[in-house]
Design a protein around this ligand. Structure first.
Ligand SMILES: C[S@@+](CC[C@H](N)C(=O)[O-])C[C@H]1O[C@@H](n2cnc3c(N)ncnc32)[C@H](O)[C@@H]1O
Length: 241
């Protein structure tokens, strides 16, 4: 693993070991990743960048779909370590290249990738506009930026009761799902994450109207949003350069 920055957000280091047993067990998460792959328009030999790859669930789904090469970045060395174990085990070292790097510090060449994807990762970035502009620059002409994200506007004053109720509505559904599909371990993790959403503590979710605006401001002309059937709080966006 190439290490570029010393950024190691603590929560993710700690979560890494249990990630596949918590969010990784929630079927809705896999449906979201499957939709990202489906609408990405991936073609054989595409060059893909997976931002905030975690333990590699999305990258591996891209590779299952077709031959491609993937650069996978994450700020957490621990997440990448687990992903790299999978890469070795599946003999995929020629197909996936991991770099420890934050989305905010990406320094890829312009016009390099066919697809830049990120699933439930970019809402951790507080100042999203410069990151999305950088993503636009790194895509080839006709390339796609694809995100699978939570559709929840957590901007505004922390003590606004309407904001709090919005987040609690989301958490009610998410916590029930976590308990049902991932058990107590998943519930505990999602419960802890819930407080972070409420306090904007490393979690800065926005709604899809806001994501669309950020993409248009970055220069993307064509931006489409796809609902995740059965899960109103999750959507996928495809922005084409
Ligand atoms: C909820 S996990 C999602 C992992 C994977 N994309 C998935 O869908 O299973 C969020 C990931 O984003 C990473 N992350 C958080 N902030 C980041 C940042 N600013 N730059 C790069 N990665 C970041 C975390 O370390 C973590 O691995």
């Amino acid at each position: 693993m190439k290490q570029v920055t010393g950024d190691n957000r603590e929560g993710f280091q700690e979560w890494a070991n249990e990630y596949d047993n918590t969010l990784g067990k929630v079927k809705r998460h896999h449906k979201l990743l499957d939709l990202v792959v489906k609408v990405s328009g991936i073609k054989r030999n595409d060059q893909i960048l997976d931002i905030g790859c975690g333990t590699g669930l999305l990258s591996l789904k891209f590779l299952t779909k077709t031959e491609c090469t993937i650069t996978a970045i994450d700020s957490s060395t621990q997440m990448l370590r687990i992903f790299e174990e999978k890469i070795e085990k599946c003999n995929l070292t020629k197909k996936i290249h991991c770099v420890q790097q934050s989305a905010e510090d990406m320094d890829f060449k312009p016009d390099q990738f066919d697809i830049i994807a990120a699933t439930v990762a970019l809402h951790h970035v507080e100042n999203k506009q410069p990151v999305i502009k950088n993503i636009y620059d790194c895509l080839k002409g006709g390339g796609r930026f694809v995100i699978g994200e939570i559709d929840m506007d957590t901007t505004g004053r922390l003590d606004d009761p309407k904001r709090l109720l919005r987040i609690l509505d989301y958490l009610k559904q998410e916590l029930v799902l976590a308990m049902k599909e991932g058990g107590v371990q998943a519930f505990e993790r999602m419960y802890d994450n819930g407080k972070k959403h409420i306090l904007n503590d490393g979690e800065y979710c926005i709604g899809f109207a806001q994501w669309v605006k950020l993409c248009r401001n970055a220069g993307f002309k064509n931006v489409e949003v796809y609902p995740l059937k059965g899960f109103e709080w999750f959507k996928v966006l495809v922005a084409t350069k």
